[in-house]
Design a protein around this ligand. Structure first.
Ligand SMILES: [Zn+2]
Length: 334
């Protein structure tokens, strides 16, 4: 591949479906906020300013410390601006992000509405100034249990509309079963929200099958461990269940030892709709441009492969049809 070809790939307009809002917080933004609030967070940064941690457990600690300075609706509005500036700089034109009312107002509906209002205003300004469209997917946290997930689903149902367009679940995949959360997912579906859930990142293919069959989700967060089950791959391809694949995150956290051993090419070959996202980019020392560059080099994918991945992503986006066709048009630009 020539430098020119790689340059064209890296600079393509991009659609990104799987990001955690707080997990996108640029380190410089968190450092600034900590300084304003007189909180000492120097221990979580490397001398070069990036987040510093040793392993998965330490990552969780650093993540918690970094996000602990995000408190008020105003903080989240500023986070929104910082995050969208970074994404737009990476060529992202449409992004979905997981928002958690548990972290914005402690799960209370009235408080959540204030946070949402502030985030949405910042997103509207970014759309006008930077040309990036954001939609929110409200997520419950699996290890907080199914009762709390019900409250989250109620917050989601209350605020479902043209900005909050989806419902999902994140958190520790080793706790509980997908079906424990069917009440929350049914409630969200009835409110008109589209559905996704983290599955098959740490657990095996049966987790992915359960997510589709028990919760009726249209998309799966990660889902990469489906690759060992040919019948499941066929089912995903047939039903058009889209996987939100985050290759850099998977390699960084050790789900796969290296990118060349990642099953993303195998999943595509099996006809499963696959998309590319960064998950918690600064924590995994990645960006959308870095993901594209690494995938292009490792799997020798050309520009048409990436255009195709973006077409799949906008096809599976949780947005209204007017937004979808407007973004699709931008993706086709030479
Ligand atoms: Zn995730």
């Amino acid at each position: 591949m020539t430098e020119e070809e790689l340059h064209a790939i890296v600079h393509l307009p991009k659609v990104e479906l799987h990001t955690h809002f707080e997990g996108m917080a640029p380190p410089a933004f968190i450092r600034g906020l900590a300084k304003e609030k007189k909180v000492d967070l120097s221990r979580i940064f490397r001398p070069d300013g990036s987040y510093d941690y040793r392993d998965f457990w330490h990552f969780l600690e650093v993540y918690e410390a970094a996000t602990s300075v995000l408190k008020s609706p105003e903080d989240f509005a500023r986070l929104c601006t910082a995050v969208l500036e970074e994404s737009a700089a990476n060529g992202v034109v449409y992004q979905e992000t997981f928002l958690s009312p548990d972290f914005c107002g402690g799960g209370d509906v009235a408080a959540w509405k204030e946070y949402l209002h502030a985030i949405r205003e910042a997103a509207t300004v970014a759309e006008r100034d930077l040309g990036i469209t954001l939609r929110g997917v409200i997520t419950c946290i699996r290890h907080f249990g199914s009762d709390q997930a019900r409250d989250t689903a109620c917050c989601a149902a209350e605020t479902a509309g043209d900005f909050i367009t989806g419902f999902g679940m994140g958190g520790d995949e080793k706790k509980g079963r997908q079906r424990d959360f069917s009440w929350a997912f049914d409630c969200a579906r009835e409110a008109g929200l589209q559905l996704t859930t983290h599955a098959g990142e740490w657990n095996g293919p049966s987790e992915v099958r359960e997510a589709v069959e028990d919760l009726g989700v249209e998309r799966i967060g990660h889902g990469v461990n489906a690759h060992t089950d040919p019948a499941l791959l066929e089912m995903l391809a047939e039903r058009g269940v889209t996987l939100e694949v985050c290759p850099g995150s998977n390699v960084f956290l050790g789900v796969f030892p290296s990118l060349d051993q990642h099953p993303i090419a195998k999943l595509r070959k099996a006809g499963v709709p696959v998309t590319i996202s960064t998950d918690d980019p600064p924590f995994f020392h990645t960006t959308m441009r870095k993901e594209y560059e690494a995938l292009a080099k490792t799997f020798r994918w050309g520009e048409e492969d990436f255009r195709d991945l973006n077409r799949i992503a906008i096809g599976a986006a949780f947005c209204d049809e007017a937004t979808r066709s407007a973004i699709a048009k931008r993706l086709e630009q030479p």
